[in-house]
Design a protein around this ligand. Structure first.
Ligand SMILES: Cc1ncc(COP(=O)(O)O)c(C=O)c1O
Length: 372
């Protein structure tokens, strides 16, 4: 494979922090995690950053924290129909029902116009996703949430460092979640983070990610349903290096994104590309494309790119209607037309920081050859 989705090279900073943990014979929560949380919060201006074992766990404990704010088992959380599966899985794992809403083809994000019609007596929160690092329409979503007294969970697992009207995503709603999986802009190998500017939410999340104990206690006093969603010291060690490299990684990947957009400009009649608006800063998570016409056959394009050594992923698909796992919710194909279209006609691939200029040229030529 010539162009992988992401790549991880472990350097001196990570090794130093790994050694620090090993030297203390302690790799459960300790100094590395405290440092990682402190630096993450400081870099992006969040009041609290709470490390978890994965982005998925960050989503689960965020959802589960809603019980402290009036939610009951079986209540609903609004979520985009098309996203990485962790969102809907987390809602279910926390004991809620996902209320799916269709997305927009040009932003790949939840369609704000369609949120209102999905709000009902059981709705407790909106979990949105800043897909491919592109911020959602936060003004419209926050307005709807306030009007209906809903909490907002921003899944920013693909959006480290993205901003909306000058504010880092994750800190606009009530909670934000991040993933540090290998291909992301801040990498720890695995791991996640919940961020919030609300002290009460922070305390509940700290408790929920550690079996529901009162924060700081290690004894058997369980105040709410919780999980073991804690990060470990070795993961935090790698994450501290990911954070140290953040500015460099972000700008290299952003340059890659823009170079590739420029090189593939001629394909605008064939493909939808993500567009950065003046009020936002997209985080360069990956390069996503959606065919404008089905006749160009996404599966054939996928095969073409993979055969030429470009590792591809589809664009998730409609969770309720294109994935067997969610059949028990009884949705029918056709309910989420845009998500289904994107599921059948979309692709994304890596633009990571270790790609060279000739790799980007190679990707653009390979794409163009397909449409010739
Ligand atoms: C939008 C979104 N949410 C959640 C996750 C889950 O993160 P993790 O793989 O760390 O569990 C991902 C993973 O990439 C993601 O893209």
């Amino acid at each position: 494979m010539r162009i992988t989705f992401g790549d991880l090279k472990i350097g001196d900073t990570a090794r130093k922090y790994v050694q620090r943990a090993l030297g203390k014979n302690w790799i459960s929560e300790g100094d590395n995690i405290a440092e990682f949380q402190r630096q993450f919060a400081a870099k992006f201006g969040y009041k609290h950053a709470i490390a978890t074992s994965s982005g998925t766990d960050a989503d689960i404990v965020s959802c589960a924290s809603l019980y402290d704010f009036g939610a009951e088992r079986g209540d609903e959380i609004i979520v985009p129909a098309c996203s990485f599966v962790s969102t809907a899985n987390s809602i279910l794992a926390a004991g809620f029902i996902p209320r799916f809403v269709d997305i927009e083809v040009d932003t790949l994000n939840i369609d704000p116009q369609k949120i209102n019609e999905s709000i009902n007596k059981k709705t407790r929160a909106i979990m949105l996703v800043h897909t491919m690092g592109k911020p959602c329409e936060m003004d419209a979503i926050m307005k709807m949430a306030e009007a209906n007294k809903l909490k907002v969970i921003e899944d920013a697992c693909e959006a480290h460092g993205a901003t909306y009207k000058g504010k880092y995503v994750g800190g606009i709603g009530d909670m934000g979640t991040f993933s540090f999986y290998a291909a992301h802009v801040v990498v720890a190998g695995e791991g996640g983070m919940v961020v919030t500017n609300n002290d009460e939410i922070a305390n509940v999340v700290r408790s929920t990610k550690s079996h529901g104990r009162p924060f700081g206690s290690i004894y058997f006093d369980f105040q709410r349903i919780g999980f073991n969603s804690r990060m470990n010291e070795l993961t935090a060690a790698v994450g501290l290096e990911g954070l140290e490299n953040f500015e460099q990684t972000f700008s290299t990947r952003k340059n890659n994104l823009y170079k590739l957009l420029e090189l593939t400009r001629d394909l605008v009649d064939y493909l939808y590309f993500l567009k950065e608006e003046s009020h936002e800063k997209i985080s360069p998570h990956a390069f996503s494309i959606v065919l404008k016409n089905k006749k160009y056959d996404r599966d054939r394009l996928y095969k073409h790119l993979e055969e030429k050594g470009i590792q591809c992923k589809t664009l998730f698909g409609s969770l309720p209607t294109q994935h067997k796992a969610f059949r028990f919710l009884n949705h029918r194909y056709g309910e989420f037309p845009v998500s289904e279209y994107v599921g059948e006609n979309g692709l994304h691939f890596g633009i990571h920081q270790y790609l060279r200029e000739d790799d980007l040229l190679y990707i653009s030529e390979t794409l163009k050859n397909y449409f010739k």
